[in-house]
Write a protein that binds this ligand. Structure first.
Ligand code: FE2
Length: 240
C-alpha cells in the first residue's frame, strides 16, 4: 500500500524558508503556525491500485460484488485506518508494522482491525488473477512435498474456508520449510503467528453474498479453480 505525502509537510530548504516566513508572520500577528501533527504524521495510506479491471473476474466474481467489496468495504478500512492514525506516532510506519504493533494493544483494537483488514484485502486483490495461473517450479515442489498434490491443497483450502465460523480468511502459508493451509477469524493474519502468507481467500460474507448468497463453498471453489494467482504465491516464497 502506497502513501500520499501531505503538501503542507515540507522538508529541507523549502521547510526552513517557509519556517522563516511563518515565524515572521506569527511575530507580526498575521497567522498561527500549522503543519505536521505530533509524531511526524505526514502521509496518508492510499488504496492498492488494481492491476485488472473490476469486471475482469466475471463470471466468478461479478463487477457489482467487486465494486462494493473494493470501493466500499476495502475503501472503508483504508479511510478508517487513516482517521485513527491522524496525529499518531504510528502514522509513518508501513502498514504491516502498524498491524504488528497494534495486534496486542487493548487500546488499539479499532486501529488493528482496520489496518489488518486493509492489509488482508490488498493481499487478497493480489491473490486473484483474471484467468488464474498454474503453480510450477519451487512452489509446485513444495506443494507436492507438503500436501502430496495440488488437488489435495485445493481440497484443504476449500475445507478451511468452509470451517471458518463467521467472518475470516483462508490462507496458504509457509511455516518453517513446510506449506500449510490455515484459517483466521475476522482481521487476524498469519504474519502475527510466525507464518509467511502466500495466498488468501476472503470468506467474509461481503465477498460473495451478492453473487452466491449463503453458498460460500461455491464461491470459494470458483476462486480456487479459476482465479488464484499462483505466480503471486511463488513470489512470496522467501528467496533462498
Ligand atoms: Fe473483504
Amino acid at each position: 500500500m502506497r502513501r500520499k505525502e501531505h503538501r503542507h509537510c515540507l522538508r529541507g530548504r523549502a521547510f526552513w524558508g517557509t519556517l522563516l516566513v511563518s515565524v515572521l508572520m506569527v511575530v507580526t500577528g498575521t497567522f498561527g503556525l500549522s503543519g505536521c501533527s505530533q509524531g511526524g504524521a505526514s502521509s496518508t495510506l492510499q488504496p492498492y491500485a488494481l492491476p485488472y479491471d473490476q469486471k475482469a473476474l466475471e463470471p466468478f466474481i461479478s463487477q457489482k460484488t467487486f465494486e462494493f467489496h473494493y470501493g466500499k468495504h476495502y475503501q472503508g478500512y483504508v479511510d478508517k485506518t487513516n482517521e485513527l492514525l491522524r496525529g499518531s506516532s504510528l502514522a509513518q510506519l508501513p502498514l504491516e508494522e502498524i498491524m504488528k504493533q497494534t495486534a496486542t494493544s487493548p487500546d488499539k483494537v479499532a486501529l488493528f482491525n482496520n489496518a489488518a483488514q486493509a492489509w488482508n484485502h490488498e493481499f487478497f486483490w493480489k491473490s486473484l488473477k483474471p484467468g488464474g495461473a498454474k503453480p510450477g517450479g519451487e512452489l509446485l515442489k513444495k506443494i507436492q512435498a507438503s500436501f502430496g498434490s495440488l488437488d489435495s491443497l485445493k481440497r484443504l483450502l476449500l475445507d478451511a474456508s468452509l470451517a471458518q465460523f463467521g467472518s475470516g480468511w483462508a490462507w496458504l502459508v509457509l511455516e518453517g520449510d513446510t506449506l500449510k493451509v490455515v484459517k483466521t477469524g475476522n482481521a487476524d493474519n498469519p504474519l502475527l503467528h510466525g507464518q509467511v502468507p502466500l495466498l488468501t481467500i476472503d470468506v467474509w460474507e461481503h465477498a460473495y453474498y451478492l453473487d452466491y448468497q449463503n453458498r460460500r463453498g461455491d464461491y470459494v471453489k470458483a476462486i480456487i479453480d479459476n482465479l488464484l494467482n499462483w505466480d503471486f504465491a511463488a513470489a512470496n516464497l522467501p528467496k533462498s
